[in-house]
Every structure is written in C-alpha cells, then in structure tokens.
Design a protein around this ligand. Structure first.
Ligand code: NAI
Ligand code: OAA
Length: 342
C-alpha cells in the first residue's frame, strides 16, 4: 500500500479493514508511548486507519484511556485500548512495534538538544520497560533530540540491543524535502524522493539534492540551493516559530510517523523492496567515529535488512557532511554517557 497521502490512504485503509482480516496477513500489535500528546493523538488516529495494525495499545502518563476510548469507536478492524500511567507494562505486553513520541517539545529559541535534560530520562525509563516486557519489539523513536535518544535506547538495552530493530524516525525531513522542492519546481511532492542523510537536527540534516532528478535545475552552491537546504535543515524551527510557544510539529510528524510505521509493517509482512530513511546503528561513517547515522534503509522481516551507501556527493554536499559529523558524534556520545552515568 502506498502511504503517500491521506487521500490515498483512507480508501485503502477502508478496504484493508475488511480485507486484512484474512489469515494470510500477520497481526501486529503496535504500542504508542506518549499517545496523549500533540503527536501521539493524531499518530494514534492514523494508526487506527492502517489495516496492518491489528491491535493498538495507547500509553501516556496523562489522558491515554480517553484517547483510546475515543479512537476505539472508529469503524476499522483493529482493537484499541488506552492505559493509564501505572499500566506501562500491561500496555507493552506482546507489542511487536513500539513508537515513542513521549517527552517535551521545543519552544521558540530552543534547540532540540535543549530538550535533552527532560527527555533523556523519559526515553531511558520507557525503553527500560520495553527491554523487560517486549525486548524483541521494533522501537521507533520520535522523542527529541533523536540524535541522542536513539543511542540512549541502544545503551539502555545493553546486551539485549538488536541494531536491526531500533529506528530514529527521520521521515519528516524527507517529507519536508519533497514538499519544499515541489514548491520550487511545481512538481508533485509525492513524485519527488530526496535522500536525506545524517541526523535529525539543524546541520546534521543533510539533503542530497544532487541525487534528486527534480533538483537538477537548481544551481548547486547557489542561493536557491542554499535556501532550500537551510529550509530542510531548519523546517522544524519554522513550525516552532509559527506555533509561538505552543509546541512543535505534531500533525506533519504524526503523518511521517504513521508513514514510517506502515513501511515497516509492510516489510515485516514480507513485502520486498521497501526503502525508507532512518537513524540507525550504522557502519557508514563508523571509521570516523559515528555509530548511528540516518540513510536509506531497506526494510525486511527482521527490521533493518540493508543499509544503503550514501552514493556520490556533490562537493557542496561533502561540506554539509563535514559539518554534520562532529555534531552527530557529540550528540551520540551525550546519550551514551547519560546512560552510563545513570
Ligand atoms: N522525530 C521528529 O521528527 C520529531 C520529534 N518531535 C518530538 O516529539 C516529542 C513529543 O512532541 P509533542 O507530541 O508535540 O509533545 P507533547 O507535549 O504534546 O506530548 C508529549 C506527551 O508525552 C507524554 N509523556 C511525558 N512523559 C511521559 C512518560 N514518561 N511516559 C509516557 N508519556 C509521557 C506527555 O504526557 C504528553 O502527552 C518532542 O520531544 C518533540 O521534540 C516532534 C516533531 C518531529
Ligand atoms: O523542530 C522540532 O523541535 C520538532 C522536530 O523535530 C521537527 O519538526 O523536525
């Protein structure tokens, strides 16, 4: 199923809600931790529309039973339940995919790293529970700073860490790239695929426009190219500023999160050739000291099946990578040291 737009998604979901009851489809329990929040609520709604999700478990320290009751009335096949603060382990029991958008969002003037002090312990504690209750679940981390929270989950899992099953959700960077480039060229965003590599914050977000056919008319290194790269790198700030203290991207993030989880569930069901971006344990820049890196990943029945090479870079893009690497190393180390010292 293509999950490239809601208009395409809804009718397919409705079909699937009937068709996917067949015994050939695998059943997937998906848990959302932070389901009562700005991302959690619309994400849970979109997951309820995804026929590949058969059981939806919604957890938050506030409001999840209400969100669960509300969403459970939607006429698709999956069963939904919301769990209160003291029922985290019940919520996680049997989960095959866990999506974590729990934690605080930015306010104007903050960087994602400024969220570290609050969100690091939230993500550590939730992943501790996952390692105990559903150690084999695929973990999709949305909580910022993703460059640090993903290493936090890996370190918390310790010897139970399976690098094929831990994903930092960087889909929104790719969604934005398609949209922003389409605004310039007039082409449909759904026909544009930009490879974005690196991490998920400012200069660590590196769009490879030289590899995108629709971007060839931009002059590399020129103003149009630089402005587009900047807009992709700092797209999150645009939303933070527009929301003026009321948080960061929630609706586009819910879309991106549901899109990635749908890609993963399709791959877990055996569909071949599904390539999606994600921030994962990666060999690509390991020799330069970068343990986690976002790039295109081929997904399979075990999660990460193949990590794609970044391919040829334009000299301007090599400079972006050079700026990304030291920041990423710092962010990753910060997450790892946090777990080691706690
Ligand atoms: N990866 C990405 O591309 C993006 C990441 N984000 C990040 O997602 C996170 C959530 O953003 P919003 O939903 O807007 O925030 P929000 O404040 O609206 O919602 C967060 C939810 O987490 C819950 N929560 C807090 N501690 C928890 C715990 N220990 N267990 C379970 N739930 C807990 C809160 O009760 C709240 O309902 C932020 O860190 C934000 O920066 C936001 C946009 C894009
Ligand atoms: O900007 C933020 O803080 C939220 C985020 O990660 C994004 O929108 O990409």
């Amino acid at each position: 199923m293509m999950f490239s737009s809601l208009s395409r998604f809804a009718p397919v979901a409705a079909r699937g809600a009937r068709g996917f009851a067949s015994s050939s489809a695998r059943h997937h329990k998906v848990a959302v931790l932070g389901a009562g929040g700005g991302i959690g609520q619309p994400l849970s709604l979109l997951l309820k529309l995804d026929p590949l999700v058969t059981q939806l478990s919604l957890y938050d320290i506030r409001g999840a039973p209400g969100v669960g009751a509300d969403i459970s009335h939607i006429d698709t096949a999956s069963n939904v339940k919301g769990y209160p603060a003291d029922q985290l382990e019940v919520a996680l029991d049997g989960a095959e995919v866990v999506i974590i958008p729990a934690g605080v969002p930015r306010k104007p003037g903050m960087t994602r790293d400024d969220l570290f002090n609050t969100n690091a312990s939230i993500v550590r504690d939730l992943s501790k529970a996952c390692a105990k209750v559903c150690p084999d679940a695929h973990m999709l981390i949305i909580s910022n700073p993703v460059n640090s929270t993903v290493p936090i989950v890996a370190s918390t899992y310790g010897s139970k860490f399976n690098p094929n099953r831990l994903f930092g959700v960087t889909t929104l960077d790719v969604v934005r790239s398609s949209r922003f480039l389409g605004e310039i060229t007039g082409e449909k965003p759904e026909d544009i695929r930009v490879t974005v590599i690196g991490g998920h914050s400012g200069v660590t977000i590196v769009p490879l426009l030289s590899q995108t056919p629709q971007a060839q008319k931009l002059q590399f290194g020129g103003a149009e190219w630089s402005n587009l790269v900047h807009r992709i790198q700092f797209g999150g700030d645009e939303v933070v500023k527009a929301k003026d203290g009321a948080g960061s991207a929630t609706l586009s993030m819910a879309y991106a999160g549901a899109k990635f989880s749908n890609q993963l569930l399709r791959a877990l069901n055996g569909e071949k050739g599904i390539i999606a971006p994600s921030f994962v344990r990666s060999p690509l820049f390991e020799s330069e000291g970068v343990e986690f890196f976002s790039s295109n990943i081929e997904l399979g029945t075990g999660g990460v099946e193949k990590i794609h090479q970044v391919g040829a870079l334009a000299p301007e893009e090599q400079k972006l990578v050079d700026a990304c690497i030291p920041e990423l190393i710092k962010n990753i180390k910060k997450g790892q040291e946090f777990v080691a010292s706690s």
